[in-house]
Design a protein around this ligand. Structure first.
Ligand SMILES: [Zn+2]
Length: 186
């Protein structure tokens, strides 16, 4: 999934009840698994690699794959949830639960770019038949599923978020998504 989708879904799911008000930890938790990918992209750009090489070659080198595995580890996120439950830290629980949710949201929507979600216990990758972007692997349906989930979650959040900034960002992300989908898949 795209990073903003994780943020919107996780806020809609987690920012209530016991974790209500843990908005920033939830946001950070939704970004954390993709953080290494942003660092990677920045590095690749500095190295002057063309887009094609970045996503088809450099992304798959063992060094970067090992780094991505850490951020996408379900066992690590589970340890975090356990640790912060024990420490009774709502912010910590929100952060690690949000990272865990990020992994679960990625699991059914990644094909060639499937993460090593079970690091360090196993190098196994669940290769989903559906990709959230790749047209060769039902990308049009995967992207539509992501778009639909984001729209439902945005509707839930819209009723909860009162600030002009919050609502503005929701509108912006949804507009970009609908425009992007229209351009690429129709
Ligand atoms: Zn991800």
């Amino acid at each position: 999934m795209n990073t903003p989708s994780h943020s919107i879904l996780n806020l809609a799911i987690l920012d209530r009840g016991y974790l209500q008000g843990c908005t920033w930890p939830i946001l950070f938790g939704s970004w954390l698994p993709d953080a290494a990918i942003f660092v990677f992209y920045g590095w690749a750009k500095v190295m002057g690699l063309p887009e094609q090489v970045i996503w088809n070659e450099a992304y798959y080198t063992p060094v970067w794959q090992s780094i991505f595995a850490i951020g996408n580890s379900i066992p690590l996120a589970l340890c975090g949830v356990g640790l912060f439950l024990w420490a009774k830290s709502p912010s910590g629980i929100a952060l690690s639960a949000s990272a865990l949710l990020h992994h679960l949201e990625d699991l059914p929507l990644h094909h060639e770019d499937a993460h090593q979600h079970f690091w360090p216990l196993s190098n196994y990758r669940f290769v989903s038949p559906v990709s959230y972007w790749d047209p060769d692997h039902h990308g049009a349906y995967g992207a539509l599923a992501e778009l639909s989930l984001v729209m439902v979650a945005s509707f839930v959040l819209w009723r909860r978020v009162r600030s002009r900034w919050g609502r503005g960002i929701l509108l912006l992300v949804n507009t970009v998504y609908v425009g992007g989908y229209w351009q690429f898949y129709t």
